[in-house]
Design a protein around this ligand. Structure first.
Ligand code: DUC
Ligand code: ZN
Ligand code: ZN
Ligand code: ZN
Length: 461
């Protein structure tokens, strides 16, 4: 058989198996796996390398309107380029319904931004902020029928949050039409109370971001979101879990029989609230929500990764610049913790960090790495088995990793539109050197060869 592309002699891993094999690709799909000779238009020698499913990052913010005229540091072009260099072939960014906007308007605008500007495949989650009876009765069911079958809701932020009645009503639409709901769990009233206390005491520096959003704020909201899901009778995804207490709530809910999918992110393994104390307002570089915690909670998150309590490991890439550019992008350095946009870049560093800190340091094996980086995302959001695995018939989305490549993470080497990385100076072992998107080489030995027209929108229905 002749292949368009043949990847020879690599160590292939899925979420259940690790084996030496060649992978034969034709018309963008994997057509054979085994000992396949050399009859191909192009051959990649993967001896000594790991051949893994292309990463799927199911929690990414790109070009999301962020209030106060703030513009995110990544559009689809830079965001998907950065994702690609980090070993990803699919990302799932959020299409925000702004208050007063129809879901159709939001989708048209967001598709317009993505069209022709993606180096990876993409599929959108919706963010529902305005669950009027028209939205819940007509717009959302129509969107779900068109394949927009996952949405995020927020319990915090004035511009985004839903109250409990709105959460229940939105969950009910998900139940009726078979959509997947992701919830950002933080108690807004408690945050507001603490913000008032902090400001009255003159505390406006970045570290106040962490102390106004303590663990109890997240734990309570996590419990409440799951209780509401239980009342409605839907499965639920709890995103960006930052600590052991929230995870314990999740385990208890599972014991009661609720289906909960749990996600954590690199920042909760690698950063702490002490990073927010950095001098010269540089603590703003670590402002994300929920905030980084402490080493005890880092260990709890690692344990959840190791024992399978977390199915998903996502970046929550939400990039803002630290310094402003042409006055257009609200800088992270803006004075007053309330005005620092919440979110940090990380779509390119997610997998190298998990590989180095997880696989190389012996905390997880390669199969768990694949599950956390790709397979479980595909299963959770309806992309499996087309995406997220290495199998005959699946899209040939592959990342070829050099497991012994040693690198120091430097912002200047990354490909996103922000002006810093929170992981500057972190030494990692292992990097995805070649990335294949639907059978086309997109990154070859660290060089971009893909084009921004190569990514597709994943219309699954
Ligand atoms: N929630 C996210 O999911 N990302 C960034 C900020 C936030 O609050
Ligand atoms: Zn969130
Ligand atoms: Zn997010
Ligand atoms: Zn730069």
């Amino acid at each position: 058989m002749t292949y368009d592309l043949l990847i020879k002699s690599g160590t292939v891993a899925t979420d259940v198996d690790v084996f030496e094999a060649d992978i034969g690709i034709r018309d963008g799909r994997i057509v054979e796996i085994g000992d396949l000779g050399s009859d191909a238009s192009e051959v990649i020698d993967a001896t000594g390398k790991y051949v893994l499913p292309g990463g799927i990052d199911s929690h990414v913010h790109i070009s999301q309107p962020s209030g106060e005229g703030i513009v995110m540091a990544d559009d689809f072009e830079s965001g998907t380029r950065s994702a690609l260099f980090g070993g990803n072939t699919t990302i799932l960014p959020f299409c925000l319904q702004q208050r007063g906007q129809s879901i159709r308007q939001a989708l048209e605008w967001y598709h317009g931004l993505a069209e022709g500007n993606c180096y990876t495949d993409v599929k959108f989650h919706l963010i529902i902020t305005d669950p009027t009876s028209h939205v819940l009765g007509q717009e959302l069911p129509a969107a779900v029928a068109d394949g927009y079958d996952s949405f995020k809701v927020f319990m915090t932020y004035d511009d985004l949050r839903l109250n409990d009645a709105e959460l229940l009503a939105t969950f009910d639409v998900a139940r009726e039409f078979g959509a997947t709901v992701m919830v950002h769990c933080e108690n807004e009233d408690a945050i507001k109370y603490l913000m008032g206390k902090h400001e009255a005491a003159g505390r406006v520096e970045p570290s106040a971001h962490a102390t106004t959003r303590p663990i109890a704020v997240e734990r309570e909201a996590t419990h409440r979101a799951m209780s509401l899901a239980e009342i409605v009778g839907i499965p639920i995804v709890i995103v960006h879990v930052s600590n052991g207490a929230a995870l314990e709530e999740i385990l208890r809910a599972r014991q009661r029989g609720l289906s909960v999918t749990a996600e954590t992110c690199p920042q909760y393994l690698m950063l702490t609230e002490d990073d927010l104390d950095a001098a010269n307002w540089e603590g703003a570089k670590y402002v994300c929500s929920p905030p980084p915690r402490n080493v005890t909670e880092q260990a709890a998150c690692w344990e959840g990764i190791q024992n399978g309590s977390f199915e998903l490991f996502s970046s929550d890439h939400c990039p803002f610049r630290f310094d402003s550019l042409d006055g257009k992008l609200n800088p992270k350095g803006a004075r007053g913790f309330r005005h620092i946009p919440n979110g940090i870049p990380g779509v390119e560093t997610r997998l190298p960090i998990l590989f180095s800190e997880g696989v190389v340091k012996g905390r997880i094996d390669l199969k768990r790495f694949v599950a956390l980086s790709a397979t479980n995302h595909a299963r959770t959001y309806g992309l499996y088995p087309r995406k997220g695995t290495i199998a005959i018939g699946s899209d040939a989305d592959l990342a070829i990793w050099d497991p012994s490549c040693e690198r120091t993470i430097r912002h200047r080497d990354l490909h996103d539109g922000s002006d810093y990385t929170p992981y500057e100076g972190l030494e990692v072992t292992g990097w995805p050197v070649t990335v294949v998107l639907r059978g086309k080489i997109a990154v070859r030995d660290g060089e971009l060869v893909g084009r921004k027209q190569d990514g597709s929108y994943l219309q699954m229905r």
